[in-house]
Design a protein around this ligand. Structure first.
Ligand code: PLP
Length: 311
C-alpha cells in the first residue's frame, strides 16, 4: 500500500512507522473497535472530504452501540483530520479513523480498557480497480450470509464484524470473482462485502432496506438524492437473489469502491454485459459530486484548508 508521512494517534501526529500498538490491545484480540472509511478529493475548492460530518456521525454512533465513549469531540476529530491531510500535503486520499479498545485488561469485559483513536490517510486508488469502474466487475453470491440483527449490529461499522466480509471476499476471490454479494439471514439480497447493492429494472432502482441488515451507506444516501434529482425512481425493498440475475443493470456503491457497475453475477450476464445507461448516468453525476463539479452537491464537501506551501 502507499504510505503517507504522518498518522494522528491519540491526539499526536506521529511518523507513519511509529503508529504502533501493544500486542495485547483489546481490539486486536476481540475485534472491539469501530472505524470509518472516507475519501478526500481534489476539488476546485481545494482538497475536500466527502460528507465528513456524516462519516463522523456514523463513527460516534457505531462507538456508542459498542459502549465505547470516544475521548474527543466530533469537532476535534474533524479538525484533526484536516490537520493531518494538510500535514501530509495530500490533495486526494482515503481516510481511516479507528476507535478501539486499547491495552489494559484482557477478557471479554471491555469497559475497563482505554478507548484509543487513530486517523490514517493515504493515497488509495479505486478499490475495485479503474477498469472495474469503467467496464463493470464480476461478482459471486457468497455462501456466507451477512451478519444478522440478532447476533451483531449490521448498522455499526465495527471491526470484528468485518470477519464476515473477509470470509465472503476470500471465497469470491478464490473462485475468480472481484466481489462478493451476501444474502441476509432470510436469504434475501443484502449487500457487497464492502458496498451496498442496487438492481435496475425498467428504469427504476431497487435496493435492500435497512431491515435486511445493510450498512447504512453514505454513498447510498447520496445516490438516493442523486437518483431523485435525475427523476429516477429508487425504492427500498427486499430483493430475491434471482432479481439480480434478471435485472437490466446492477451496481455497487461504497466510499472505497465509489460507484461500480456489476456486469456478471454467478456467471449470469447482467443486461447487455456492460454498464447500462442508468448506471452510467448516476455514476457520472456521483463522480461530479465527489469532485466538487456539481453545484447542487457542494454542501457535501468539507474543504480542507491547505497551507500555501502544500498547494
Ligand atoms: C459492509 C459495507 N456495506 C456498505 C458500505 C458502503 O458504505 P459507505 O457508502 O458509507 O462507504 C461499506 C463501506 O463502508 C461496507 O463496509
Amino acid at each position: 500500500m502507499e504510505q503517507a508521512d504522518l498518522i494522528w494517534h491519540n491526539g499526536e501526529l506521529v511518523a507513519w512507522e511509529d503508529a504502533k500498538v501493544h500486542v495485547l490491545t483489546h481490539g486486536l484480540h476481540y475485534g472491539t473497535g469501530v472505524f470509518e472509511g472516507e475519501r478526500a478529493y481534489d476539488t476546485p475548492q481545494g482538497p475536500a472530504i466527502f460528507r465528513h460530518r456524516d462519516h463522523l456521525d456514523r463513527l460516534f454512533k457505531s462507538a456508542e452501540l459498542y459502549y465505547m465513549p470516544i475521548p474527543y469531540t466530533l469537532e476535534e476529530l474533524r479538525t484533526a483530520t484536516h490537520e493531518l491531510i494538510a500535514a501530509n500535503e495530500l490533495r486526494e486520499c482515503y481516510i481511516r479513523p479507528i476507535v478501539f479498545r486499547g491495552y489494559g485488561q484482557m477478557g471479554l469485559y471491555p469497559l475497563d480498557s482505554p478507548v484509543e483513536v487513530s486517523i490514517a490517510v493515504w493515497p488509495w486508488g479505486a478499490y475495485l480497480g479503474e477498469e472495474g469502474k469503467r467496464q463493470g466487475v464480476r461478482a459471486k453470491v457468497a455462501s456466507w450470509r451477512r451478519i444478522s440483527h440478532d447476533s451483531l449490529i449490521p448498522h455499526a461499522k465495527a471491526c470484528g464484524q468485518y470477519l464476515n466480509s473477509v470470509l465472503a471476499k476470500i471465497e469470491a476471490s478464490k473462485a475468480g470473482y472481484q466481489e462478493a454479494i451476501l444474502l441476509d439471514s432470510r436469504g434475501f439480497v443484502c449487500e457487497g462485502s464492502g458496498e451496498n447493492v442496487y438492481a435496475i429494472r425498467d428504469g427504476s432502482i431497487v435496493t435492500p432496506p435497512h431491515a435486511a441488515g445493510i450498512l447504512d451507506g453514505i454513498s447510498r444516501k447520496s445516490l438516493f438524492q442523486i437518483a431523485r434529482d435525475l427523476g429516477i425512481e429508487i425504492t427500498e425493498r427486499d430483493l430475491a437473489r434471482a432479481e439480480l440475475y434478471l435485472a437490466d443493470e446492477v451496481f455497487l456503491s461504497g466510499t472505497a469502491a465509489e460507484l461500480v457497475p456489476v456486469r456478471e453475477i454467478d456467471d449470469h450476464t447482467i443486461g447487455a454485459g456492460e454498464p447500462g445507461p442508468v448506471t452510467r448516468e448516476i455514476q457520472r453525476v456521483f463522480d461530479d459530486a465527489l469532485h466538487g463539479r456539481d453545484p447542487r452537491y457542494v454542501e457535501w464537501l468539507d474543504v480542507v484548508k491547505v497551507p500555501s506551501k502544500a498547494v
